[in-house]
Design a protein around this ligand. Structure first.
Ligand SMILES: *[C@@H]1O[C@H](CO)[C@@H](O)[C@H](O)[C@H]1NC(C)=O
Length: 279
């Protein structure tokens, strides 16, 4: 017997509409949500990682990092980036924990999609730019590091790598963080060349990314990514309404060039570890 006869025509129609709606929604995967960037140590797709180490463990239900990466993130000079936190004497633990957390967020978070950009560098194809870091996370980072010492404002570039680990370049002096980075905003934005943006929004607002969170209540950054992905798309759509002629609209509807380039990119990358900072 046909389904329509068994259920009655009205119900069958309603069921048909529901199936159609589900079909229309389900297969569309938002490319900005639940993704891993294409960088040095990231997995290709996020997924559960039961064994994530200490400060990275909040991401264990859904992570872009492996257990190995999470444990390396806690080491002083890990194989991840060969980066030396202690370039101006030993970095105090209360300061270092923020750098470890920052590494965990960078390596493990599947919620940075709205801020992933192409990177012009030999060791990663993508980077993050302007991730809005919650004000308290930035302020606490600055507060706990204000008396630690460093010789550089941008930790991505300009080190002396002659010995295989980063040392202060000639002519630079070790000074307190509070002098190198007068405000929390200076620290969070400048240290990794604008990977972060200091957000005026507070933790829990759903409008900024938290470096620290309690996994018992889920990962708060998933909703934040969703909000910014939606905002990105709706502002792009508004721009089109305003000015773009029909042809320009068609061009913009294509997938972004970064997606088109990805399959070609492996050829461009030399293997081996590169002596640059993390993030
Ligand atoms: C992680 O993997 C690297 C490369 O295979 C290895 O050298 C390192 O010892 C591993 N670290 C841990 C903590 O297992």
């Amino acid at each position: 017997m046909a389904l329509g006869l068994a259920l009655g025509p009205a119900l069958a129609r309603a069921l048909g509409l529901a199936l159609l709606a589900a079909g229309a929604v389900a297969p569309v995967k938002d490319p900005l949500l639940n993704v891993c960037m294409d960088a040095k140590h990231h997995k290709s797709r996020p997924g559960p990682e039961g064994q994530l180490y200490e400060q990275c463990s909040p991401w264990k239900d859904n992570a872009c990092c492996t257990a190995n990466t999470s444990s390396e993130a806690h080491k002083d000079q890990s194989y991840l980036y060969n980066f030396n936190w202690n370039h101006c004497g030993v970095m105090p633990p209360k300061c270092k924990r923020h750098f470890i957390q920052d590494t965990c967020l960078y390596e493990c978070s599947p919620n940075l999609g709205p801020w992933i950009q192409q990177a012009d560098s030999s060791w990663r194809r993508e980077r993050i730019l302007h991730v809005p870091l919650c004000r308290e996370d930035c302020e606490q980072w600055w507060e706990d590091c204000r008396d630690a010492l460093t010789c550089k404002e941008n930790w991505h570039q300009g080190w002396n790598w002659a010995t295989g680990r980063n040392r202060c370049p000639w002519g630079s002096m070790c000074r307190p963080f509070s002098q190198v980075f007068p405000r929390p905003k200076d620290l969070c934005e400048k240290i990794w060349s604008n990977s972060f943006r200091y957000s005026p929004e507070p933790r829990g607002s759903g409008r900024c990314i938290q470096m620290w969170f309690d996994p018992a209540r889920g990962n708060p950054n998933a909703a934040v990514a969703k909000y910014y992905a939606w905002r990105k798309r709706s502002s792009a759509a508004e721009g089109e309404e305003d000015a773009a002629p029909e042809s320009a609209r068609a061009v913009r509807a294509r997938p972004p060039p970064v997606l088109l380039l990805l399959p070609l990119a492996p050829v461009l990358l030399p293997g081996g570890s590169q002596p640059w900072g993390s993030l």
